[in-house]
Design a protein around this ligand. Structure first.
Ligand SMILES: Cc1ncc(COP(=O)(O)O)c(C=O)c1O
Length: 426
């Protein structure tokens, strides 16, 4: 199959990017050799006019597809009324109301602008409520780019649990003293760490499905039991899973209700908005005067801005339409099944890991239940596979296929053909 054509104009922009942006990128590293120019429904186009079936979905927000007419109309109607006021607006309050209706743990809601901020503020609120500093996170768990989330997110040489290790430069050493790290899907080890350290713990944060690794039966339930036993707030990072695994998120899908959660991506319909939601008695620490002189400060210039709020409300309305989640799960299951079959036919050691709305292949010859299980995967092979797929008109994140409610038969057929051809070359 021919390599994609790159126009002179796209080449110029790529050259400018490599001159001006460190590493030639904005930090978001799907690919540094393509400039995306537009998106509609389940597809995107680059500056040279090449078309792709899109499984990046903007790293998840575009759950109902790009430029959905109802989202576009809602945003256009808001734009001429102004884009931000630094004051309450009706749409943010309606969005809070809808989140409280949908998400089991959400009694009260606060808005921020990114997932990184939402997890950061959820941890801060938990610490304030508990009056203790340490946060337990899981090895390999991703909570955005705040200093706490970047502890043991992808350690090359993991330490013995519960010692954390920073994954990035520029993180103060002191943060190591504020974090404990545990293995995902191993409730005995987690419970032992919590029992030993409960008196120092401000909270526990977990992705209910860690990256693409589903929780083993009983893991989230066990985590709920042990955190409740010691009165430690349990935070679900639902930036990815919120409104995606079910209208009520992973907490509805897996049937386990945390004390707090962080929401982002789909809830904002592709605009910068995130939310912290949860138990009223913890959320009230955000309110000045509710707990003495000080409160949990959480200001932000664009927090809950009306453009993002109307985009979120329009997206949620589309997700409430009959059959939206059935379609999403059916398409995802078809894709996962086809990919497994093709890998089997190609006699390639690999696992297809995830849930239908979100999955990927891991080139490995054994099952994957936690971060350490992935350490001997063939990541170079995955990156090459992704590259071969881009040449064949399939665009995705490095380690994830996000499926939308508007991927249909033609997208599935084109994707399966691209997989078959790319695996042939791989
Ligand atoms: C589970 C999870 N938490 C937090 C974040 C951070 O969100 P943002 O990129 O909006 O800061 C992400 C982003 O991918 C995520 O996947």
């Amino acid at each position: 199959m021919a390599r994609r054509q790159v126009s002179a104009r796209e080449r110029q922009v790529l050259d400018a990017a490599s001159r001006l942006l460190p590493g030639g990128s904005n930090g978001n590293t799907v690919t540094m050799d393509t400039i995306i120019a537009s998106g509609r429904g389940p597809r995107v186009w680059d500056m040279s006019g090449n078309e792709y079936v899109d499984y990046a979905l903007g790293s998840g927000p575009m759950l109902i597809g790009h430029a959905h007419p109802e989202v576009v109309a809602a945003v256009e109607a808001q734009l001429s009324k102004g884009t931000t006021y630094f004051a309450l607006n009706e749409h943010m309050v309606l969005l809070a109301e809808e989140i409280a209706r949908a998400v089991p743990c959400a009694e009260k809601v606060r808005f921020a602008s990114s997932g990184t901020e939402a997890t950061f503020f959820a941890m801060r609120a938990a610490r304030a409520y508990r009056g203790r500093d340490k946060i337990l996170k899981f090895e390999g768990g991703f909570h955005g780019m705040n200093d706490y989330g970047l502890m043991s997110m992808s350690p090359g040489e993991p330490l013995d649990f519960p010692a954390p290790t920073p994954d990035a430069l520029g993180i103060p050493e002191s943060v190591e003293g504020d974090m404990l790290v545990a293995p995902f899907n191993d409730i005995e080890t987690v419970a032992a760490i919590i029992e030993r350290h409960h008196d120092e713990l401000g909270g526990v944060i977990v992705e209910p499905l860690q990256r693409i690794i589903p929780p083993k039966p009983g893991f989230l339930e066990g985590l709920r039991d042990v955190t409740r036993q010691y009165g430690v707030p349990l935070i679900f990072d639902e930036i990815v899973t919120g409104f995606r695994f079910a209208y009520g998120g992973a907490q509805e899908y897996y049937g386990v209700t945390p004390d707090l959660c962080a929401l982002g991506k789909a809830v904002a319909g592709g605009f910068p908005l995130s939310a912290i939601a949860g138990r009223a008695d913890i959320m009230d620490y955000f309110a000045p005067g509710a707990h003495g002189e000080k409160h949990v400060m959480q200001e932000g210039t664009l927090n809950g801005n009306p453009v993002a709020a109307v985009a979120g409300l329009a997206t949620l309305q589309v997700l409430r339409e009959e059959g939206a989640y059935e379609r999403l799960f059916e398409t995802g299951a078809r894709l996962m099944g086809s990919l497994r079959e093709l890998l089997y036919q190609a006699e390639m050691p690999a696992q297809v890991v995830g849930e239908p709305p979100m999955f990927d292949v891991v080139f490995i010859d054994h099952a994957v239940g936690d971060y350490r299980d992935t350490l001997d995967r063939d990541q170079a092979k995955l990156l090459r596979f992704n590259e071969l797929l881009r040449e064949r008109g399939v665009f995705k994140n490095n380690s994830k296929y996000y499926v939308s409610t508007v991927h249909g038969d033609s997208e599935v057929e084109e994707t399966v053909a691209a997989w078959r051809s790319a695996l042939g070359e791989l």
